[in-house]
Design a protein around this ligand. Structure first.
Ligand code: SF4
Length: 412
């Protein structure tokens, strides 16, 4: 592999991140396969791949539109509205299906419109348990994944194949582990890669086919771009899903270096390792004997939902366990593991502070922010919160605040 292969891989990632839908078109044309979109990091892409289908995480493109306002409340978050706008404009016509999870109220609103307006030929919903810390929740989700799989097989005439599922688990584990290694090397300053390029690679990781992505990232890591760490202030970027590479570049133009992340689409995603969960010990509930699981079970029974099944070595149970035990987003409980995870990112990267990006109208992040701020401040970690709509336009005021934050931290 030549040194030029590293630069070519970086250019490819930049191209994919700049126009993820063009990559989807290329993959569909090359493979002739149907594609299923999804929206958050709790949806296992392995579920889609088990049917021989293309998984595609729909990313926020930051383009202004008001069409979605006709369908959902104006207080739905701008990220969710943007996802709906893309579908209403016809930008997602390449999708044959869409899978939602019980993630947040805004995305649930998007699902309701998507379903009613038939924005893709097939649309379905994975009923995730809200609390994630009990064995009953694991078994409930495993059964739910099987049920959704059965409906998808019928709707898209794409039977599930357990061999495909196991191959998908291996391929996705491999790419996530490689992204984790990339993040580790950046955090250790072993690799000079701008934060905006790192964010672009995160977008590409759920846009490209896993083996293709892994091959390109291996080339980049074998021949990384040359460069020295500058004097920018190293910070951790914390938030939900964050796809706007240009916005990340704007943050860095304020003299900050996004050296690590606590994002739903970043470090709270790439740590998922499903194979390691094959035959893992059952969860022991911290919230009383079966308290949360009982809720999930009761809900399943009341709605005629799935029965509880699966055991050691069962790939569906391993999928459920791996996705439920990743560092939680603010839409799930409890909050402590997310704060622990964020602090671990700060310590491992030697970051001097945290930039918390609050998506406007994101209730769960608004609720979690004071707790995260207090935990960080108790540990002596400076933090600044910026609120935005995932658009880089009109970012000047925020840049001034970030420059002030940098001066404040450097003045300590
Ligand atoms: S930013 Fe918040 S409200 Fe918007 S889609 Fe993400 S979790 Fe939901």
């Amino acid at each position: 592999m030549s040194p030029a292969a590293g630069m070519r891989a970086l250019e490819r990632f930049r191209e994919v991140a700049a126009d993820p839908r063009a990559e989807l078109a290329r993959v569909k044309e090359r493979s002739g396969l149907a594609a299923v979109g999804y929206f958050d990091s709790y949806l296992p892409e392995e579920l889609i791949m088990a049917h021989g289908l293309i998984p595609y995480r729909v990313t926020v493109d930051g383009r202004d539109d008001v069409r979605s306002m006709e369908y959902i409340q104006a207080y739905a978050c701008p990220a969710a509205r943007n996802l709906l706008d893309q579908a209403l404009r016809g930008d997602l016509d390449l999708l044959d299906g869409a899978l939602f999870t019980r993630y947040c109220d805004s995305l649930r609103g998007v699902f309701a419109v998507w379903d009613a307006e038939h924005l893709t030929p097939y649309v379905d919903f994975v009923r995730y348990p809200t609390v994630t810390t009990t064995e009953a929740a694991v078994q409930y989700l495993a059964a739910e994944l099987r049920e959704v799989s059965a409906r998808m097989a019928t709707a898209l005439d794409a039977p599930v194949d357990e061999h495909h599922l196991r191959e998908a688990i291996v391929a996705c584990d491999r790419k996530r582990a490689l992204v984790a290694e990339l993040a580790r090397r950046r955090a250790a300053r072993e690799m000079a890669l701008q934060g905006s390029d790192y964010l672009g690679i995160l977008v590409a990781a759920t846009t490209m086919l896993p083996d293709d992505f892994t091959q390109e990232l291996s080339a980049l890591m074998a021949h990384p771009p040359a460069g020295e760490p500058g004097d920018a202030l190293p910070v951790v970027l914390s938030g939900t899903t964050f796809d706007n590479v240009r916005l990340a570049a704007s943050i860095e133009q304020a003299g900050l270096c996004l050296v690590a992340d606590d994002l739903a689409s970043g470090s709270r995603w790439y740590g998922v390792q499903v194979e390691a969960m094959m035959g893992a010990a059952p969860l022991v509930s911290g919230g009383g004997p079966g308290a949360v699981g009982a809720t999930a079970e009761a809900s399943a029974t009341a709605t005629g939902g799935p029965s509880l099944a699966g055991g050691a070595g069962d790939p569906w149970t391993a999928l459920a366990r791996a996705y439920l035990t990743k560092p939680p987003c603010s839409v799930k409980e409890p909050a402590e593991p997310r704060a622990d995870h964020l602090l671990a990112q700060v310590r491992a990267s030697g970051a001097a502070g945290v930039v918390f990006y609050l998506t406007k109208f994101c209730e769960s992040e608004e609720v979690e922010w004071p707790y995260l701020r207090d935990r960080l401040e108790a540990e002596g970690v400076p933090v600044v919160m910026i609120e935005g709509e995932h658009r880089s336009a009109g970012f000047e005021q925020v840049r001034t605040r970030l420059e002030a934050f940098r001066e404040q931290v450097e003045g300590f």
